[in-house]
Ligand binder design. Sequence first.
Ligand code: ZN
Ligand code: ZN
Length: 391
Amino acid sequence: MTYLRDALTDRVGEFIQLRRDIHRHPELAFEEHRTSDLVAAKLESWGYAVHRGLGGTGVVGTLKRGTSARRLGLRADMDALPIQEATGAEWTSVKPGLMHACGHDGHTAMLLAAAKTIAQDQTWDGTLNLIFQPAEEGGGGAVRMMADGLFEQHPCDAVFAMHNMPGTPVGHFVFRDGAAMASSDYVTLRIHGTGGHGAMPHRAADPLVAAASIVMALQTVVSRNVDPLHTAVVTVGALHAGQANNVIPALATLELSVRSLDPEVRRLLEQRIKALVAAQAESFGVRAEIDWRPGYCVLVNSVAETDFARQVALDLVGAERVTLHGPALTGSEDFAFMLEKIPGSYLLIGNGDGDSAGACMVHNPGYDFNDDNIATGAAYWVALAEKFFAH
Ligand SMILES: [Zn+2]
Ligand SMILES: [Zn+2]
């Protein structure tokens, strides 16, 4: 199937330009108006039936051929991040404080490049749904599209998505079946005490000391409560209290990120954190208010679809460029919600390793999507669709 990659290499020039154009004009979650206009116009020009408005700025392009009942969903994300770009690239963001620092510009370009090639092929048989979603970066754009009827209006038998991965050789594919990315919950703790004079602590109830103790107690959740063979993260990323050396504040606030790779562990973390915080607060004579906000769920790749996706990569780039069973990641991803409803697989494509520019980690101001992946990633999508509809 290397013919496919070579063929695409010859024609991806326009999609590299398109990627850089999207990069120049980044848009935050649910504000991807220019990007979704561009995606919709391209899809329409190639003959796709385009459905807009799902999840606000979401776009679905559907193409149907022949009589087969098979239905495939391929998903890309479109949103950027509130980061000031420092790549120095010619196609640097024109918007101060906003950039495509996660490569969603590249994901969109790869899927569009594939969309054009697939539309030119008259021989396949089935229904192809290309899903361009808003707000992957914490906004839950996938959930919003689903709430608006994504899979009722565009039913899929399987769904697939691809994300670039710095630190992995460019064009190298990584697969994993089962739990592949973590659930992510956000927690705000407000510790209410009684403020007072710093010289007379016995007349106050100090929420700052209680908060400090809570931070330390939380370290025991992963080390003492979670099975050592399971994965969990409890990070206190913010602790705010007080303003002056001689004033005991009335309030301390903590912000937590809580992650796991298993729904059981996720439940245990919630139960233990709530119990510890309540008991700690009581012991210090202060009151804890816990705001628990569930974020993305654990991303679980189904076995059969991951096997299928692996085989496509093996045929396309050969075994030396495929990691069959990669490690799970403690990052999270809202494609997890699509995978709760529809079997499928989320795979990674290397963005570059070693000293190469592509090795710079996502969400870093120096990060840029590696354009060498556009031909390979698009060829992968084309090959996957060909194989799926040939079943
Ligand atoms: Zn990201
Ligand atoms: Zn991303």
